[in-house]
Ligand binder design. Structure first.
Ligand SMILES: N[C@@H](CCC(=O)N[C@@H](CS)C(=O)NCC(=O)O)C(=O)O
Length: 223
């Protein structure tokens, strides 16, 4: 029996996107199952899979792994040759640092600019707190690229789990037309050109569900 990743709507579920992208980037075979976040059966379906009641959840036989970063670590251990994390130990440590920073933080950006891949890019005014998150993320991306990214366009050269952890941030920067530096734009462009990104975005745009709490223009739904 293969791996199954249970996820929320591809258009909106940023935490689901992270392990999905990491596994696709690393060519790890898996199937996904999408559960609409506002479906009345969402909680009851999920209760069978995780006591945390949230997506994503990875199912590997009788092992159930939830929390996006824990899923990535599980597949990195299970498929060591897939090189989910950078090969160099210093780069790998730093990739884990920035990924943990994402997992634990940037609440202001996440709340103010919900991921919504199907929304056409349109500028959203940012609060000072959100601007602080954006500034820290740009500083971190520049620093990672300058120290470890010489061999490619991604944070650690080749695409890795760190880029997967920040893929929903790339989406938010794009969707809300957030003012960023040319270097940040180039990095975003590289992430948005990844086959894994294109596959996720294409599927997200085919979904018809609308999640009012994630539509910042509500009651308008921009498409
Ligand atoms: N820390 C968790 C966050 C998971 C999470 O908040 N998932 C959202 C979807 S993106 C969810 O399941 N929300 C449904 C709910 O809270 O009822 C992770 O990294 O996986």
């Amino acid at each position: 029996m293969g791996l199954k990743l249970v996820i929320g709507n591809k258009n909106y579920s940023s935490w689901s996107m992270r392990p999905w992208m990491a596994m696709r980037i690393a060519d790890i075979p898996f199937e996904d199952q999408v559960i609409h976040l506002d479906d009345p059966v969402f909680k009851s379906e999920l209760a069978r899979l995780t006591p945390a009641g949230k997506v994503p959840v990875l199912i590997d036989g009788d092992r159930h792994v939830w929390e996006s970063l824990a899923i990535i670590e599980y597949v990195a251990e299970t498929f060591p040759d897939a090189k989910i994390w950078p090969a160099d130990v210093a780069a790998r440590a730093h990739a884990r640092v920035v990924s943990a920073e994402m997992h634990a933080g940037f609440v202001n950006l996440r709340r103010h600019c919900a991921m919504n891949m199907a929304r056409p890019p349109k500028r959203r005014e940012l609060t000072p707190e959100v601007q602080n998150d954006v500034a820290r993320i740009e500083q971190m991306w520049n620093d990672s690229r300058a120290r470890f990214g010489k061999d490619g366009p991604f944070l650690f050269g080749a695409a890795s789990a760190a880029d997967a952890m920040y893929a929903p941030v790339v989406s938010r920067f794009h969707t809300y037309d957030i003012a960023v530096s040319p270097d940040t734009r180039a990095y975003m462009q590289a992430v948005r050109a990844l086959p894994a990104w294109i596959a996720w975005e294409t599927a997200a745009r085919q979904e018809s569900w609308v999640l009012p709490r994630a539509e910042v223009d509500w009651p308008d739904v921009l498409r």
